[in-house]
Design a protein around this ligand. Sequence first.
Ligand code: URA
Length: 239
Amino acid sequence: IPSPAQGVGPIYRPDGEKPTATVSKEVSYENVHVLPQTPQLIALLTMIRDQRTARADFIFYSNRIIRLLVEEGLNHLPVVEQSVTTPVGRAYLGVKFEGKICGVSIMRAGEAMEQGLRDCCRSVRIGKILIQRDEETCMPKLFYDKLPADIADRWVLLLDPMFATGGSATLAVEVLKEKGVPEHRILFLNLIASPSGVAEFAERFPKLRVVTAFVDQGLDDKKYIIPGLGDFGDRYYTL
Ligand code: URA
C-alpha cells in the first residue's frame, strides 16, 4: 500500500491551495503517537531525506525534528496540579511535572538525540546501550550498557532515530525491563519508523509508548527504511 498523499497546510486553507505531499501512514495502535503532519515537519523531513543535503544541514534539520519529538514525548509524562501566584497577586492553577526521568540512547545514532533532550530537560541523566549484530547468529546482541543506578525509579526516554526492524529497540527494552523499569514508564522516540517495526513493537510491548515523526513505506532487502533517508549515523556523524 503506498503512503498517503495529502494537501499539507492549515485547516482553514482551501485544499486547492495546499501543496500535496506524502504524509505518514496512519497507525491504529493506541500506544503509537505520530507527530501532526504539519508543513513545518514535512519540510524538515524533506530536507533530511534529500540525498543532496550536506552534513551541516542534515544535523541542523534533524535536530529540529528531534526537538519536536522530545517536546511531544514530554506530554506523555505525568503532571500534577500546581497553583502559583502571579506578580499581580492573582492565582493561576497549572501543572508541574511529577517523577524523575532519564534518557537512554541506543549507540551510535541515538546519541544524536541526546542534545535535544538536554535542551528541554536541564541536567537530565543519560544512559547508553550498545547493540550490534552478532556475526555468528546475525541477531542483535548487547555489547555494552551504562545506565543510571536508580533507573527502575525513572521514566525512560529511549532514543534511536531510525526504527527499522525494531531488533535493537526490542533488545534495549528487554534490557530496561531486566533493570526493573516497568514497560509503561518507557517512551521510545524516533524520527522515521517502518510499518512492520511499529506493528510488531506495539503488539509486543502494549504498555510502552512510541512517539515517531513519520511511519514510512517499508523496508528494502538490506533492511533500510524506504524511502527513508539512508544511514542516519553516517549522515549525522561522518559523511
Ligand atoms: N538505520 C538507518 O540509519 N537507516 C535505516 O534506513 C535503517 C536503519
